[in-house]
Design a protein around this ligand. Structure first.
Ligand code: FAD
Ligand code: NAP
Length: 535
């Protein structure tokens, strides 16, 4: 007898913030849905990234769902920037509150997804050879869910423990008395280095590219400020939606441009936003990401802060970045630079002393062999496209997404890909402002748009939707043109695939800001999905 294949209206891959919200929306519309999740639990990013110090860099009161006023009112964030355990508690609270678990299948990694043209259905296959069918396929597989593991010569020779921040063990790691190596100095490293250094006996940080790190200025939330937010949460959310990065609505970004201010005023404004802390530093002038002079001045201001904090001037010079500020996501830290004043913390600049190989007891550079018990790889992710291309997704005429994206990850509005009918991307980051925004705002916006589209199709009796290739081409060119008007694409980073050896270089996110993007999506929907082919 042929195997029975379960069928749904909506198949969702991923049980992070996007997949959970996609499930809630399916229920709202009375559609049957199943979520397939590779992990053994909910949470996505916040399930996998459990390293010490992991917390959000968007204020907690904004880094949460806004679709339910009751949920917003009931949940109470304890800190300005919530820790990973608190965010995971919130995610579980949402799952219980909306009774999500029984439509989620854990330990189910999707390896293949195929559009069955004859039946106008998607068929998904999991690692354990199970198949599922659905009319619509929503890939909520995450912008940063495929860890990038470095490949150094003789990596397997090391006899200690090798950890990656993006697949951290479920149980806390005990670093006491350990000689620890941290490879990488991006946002994850910036968060975990100070906490691990507190515990371990010796720490060596292997740095390839220094980051700009602004103090997070994390603290407990006061009852007064929580009360203020909750007294008109909607106003806060509405304001965020009008802001370039859709975050920081408790503050008022400076409207003026850098060149309008004199030197003293410029330094005062930088200092003011340094004191506010976190990503908000980019709000010191309206044109920090547009005017190279403004950007250079902001960068120099940050370099001078490092020179003040780090006792050893030579070390301080190694820690300062000379890249374009903001062309990689600005890091927010707590005691990051201060940690390098500790006697048990050492920096290896691997541009000067490259890593040659791992050895049974540690890492050999061109200068020396250093002994470690634990190596922490804070080496990032195959961002945005990685989760999608790690599945074998096939659309019309067996067209493979991997093949299509070999020379560029083309999408229309970051929502759909030509040749892949009824496949929607939820906050993959490609062709959308998600990476530059409070991702939670982008997630709800995109998922709402997707279900608006599905509802429009269903009520008009239509069967399929996919981008017109001409519209897709236009969007790809538009994303590039907008990026080129800014300073975002200048440096190599995961925004353009530059962090993954051999990956096609293309600036992936939409740099025109959340308001411009959401306006465009709204316009397309209002005009009955211009640029899409509907059958
Ligand atoms: P994810 O949370 O990544 O969830 C995707 C899920 O899909 C994962 O659980 C994964 O296991 C699953 N999956 C992937 N492929 C498959 C497959 N083939 N089969 C089955 N399941 C699959 N953004 C902000 O705006 N502010 C922040 O402060 C912030 N902090 C961050 C901190 C860290 C350490 C990291 C790594 C990212 C951070 N981000 C932040 C970005 C963050 O990824 C998003 O905010 C958000 O959590 C993404 O949710 P998601 O559901 O789209 O993706
Ligand atoms: P990342 O920003 O890509 O940083 C990876 C680091 O590892 C970089 O310093 C990189 O150097 C280094 N690296 C990679 N491969 C290497 C190799 N083979 N040898 C030596 N060094 C290597 O990754 P991430 O720190 O995990 O952060 C990714 C994103 O996740 C962030 O931008 C942010 O969006 C999100 N995040 C947010 C927070 C938060 O504050 N809430 C925390 C963590 C992550 P190069 O730069 O030279 O490639």
């Amino acid at each position: 007898m042929p195997e029975r294949i379960d069928s749904y209206d909506i198949l969702i891959v991923g049980a992070g913030f996007s997949g959970m919200y996609a499930l809630i929306k399916a229920r709202e519309l009375g559609l049957s849905a199943l979520v397939l999740e590779a992990g053994s639990e909910l949470g996505g990013t916040w399930f996998w990234n459990r390293y010490p110090g992991a917390r959000c860099d968007v204020e907690s009161v904004e880094y949460c769902y806004q679709f339910s006023e009751e949920l917003q009112q009931d949940w109470e964030w304890s800190e300005r920037f919530a820790t990973q355990p608190e965010i995971l508690r919130y995610i579980n609270h949402v799952a219980e509150r909306f009774d999500l678990r029984h439509n989620i299948q854990f330990n189910s990694r999707v390896t293949a997804a195929c559009y069955v043209e004859a039946d106008n259905l998607w068929e998904l296959k999991t690692e354990d050879e199970k198949s599922f069918r659905g009319k619509f396929f929503i890939a909520a597989s995450g912008p940063l869910s495929v860890p990038l593991k470095p490949t150094f010569p003789e990596q397997d020779a090391f006899q200690g423990e090798v950890l990656h921040t993006g697949t951290w063990p479920q149980q806390p790691v005990d670093f006491s008395g350990q000689r620890v190596a941290v490879i990488g100095t991006g946002a994850s490293a910036v968060q975990c280095i100070p906490l691990i250094a507190d515990q371990c006996s010796e720490m060596t940080v292997y740095q390839r590219t220094p980051s700009y790190v602004v103090p997070a200025r994390n603290r407990a939330m006061t009852q007064e400020e929580v009360g203020l937010v909750k007294s008109d949460y909607k106003a806060l959310r509405d304001k965020a939606a009008t802001m370039q990065f859709a975050l920081g609505a408790r503050y008022d970004p400076e409207p003026g441009s850098f060149s309008e201010a004199d030197f003293e005023q410029q330094q005062l404004q930088f200092e003011k936003w340094w004191q506010v802390g976190g990503l908000h530093f980019l709000y010191a002038f309206a044109d920090i990401m547009l005017d190279p002079t403004a950007n250079k001045a902001a960068a120099e201001f940050l370099r001078n802060k490092v020179r003040q904090i780090v006792d050893d001037p030579e070390l301080a010079e190694k820690l300062v970045s000379h890249g374009v500020l903001g062309s990689r996501r600005l890091c927010t830290g707590s005691n990051y630079y201060e940690t390098f004043n500790r006697d048990n913390v050492h920096l290896v600049d691997i541009n000067e002393s490259p890593i040659l190989r791992f050895t049974p007891v540690g890492i050999e550079t061109s200068e020396a062999e250093l002994v470690h018990d634990i190596i922490v790889c804070a080496t990032g992710f195959d961002a945005m496209t990685g989760a999608l291309t790690s599945m074998d997704i096939r659309g019309r005429h067996d067209l493979s997404l991997r093949d299509k994206w070999k020379d560029g990850a083309d999408t229309y509005l970051g929502m759909q890909v030509a040749g892949f009918p009824n496949l929607f991307l939820a906050a993959s980051g490609v062709g959308t402002p998600a990476a530059f925004s409070n991702v939670l705002v982008s997630i709800e916006h995109q998922v709402d748009w997707i279900y608006g589209c599905i509802a429009a199709l269903t009520t008009t009796g239509k069967q399929t939707i996919e981008p017109d290739p001409a519209a897709e081409e236009w969007w790809v060119e538009h994303v590039q043109a907008v990026a080129d008007m800014t300073l975002f694409p200048v440096d190599s980073s995961f925004y353009n695939g530059g962090n993954v050896p051999g990956k096609h270089r293309m600036f992936l996110p939409f740099a025109g800001g959340f308001p411009a993007y959401s306006d465009k999506c709204q316009q397309v929907a209002t005009e009955e999905y211009t640029g899409f082919l509907i059958t």
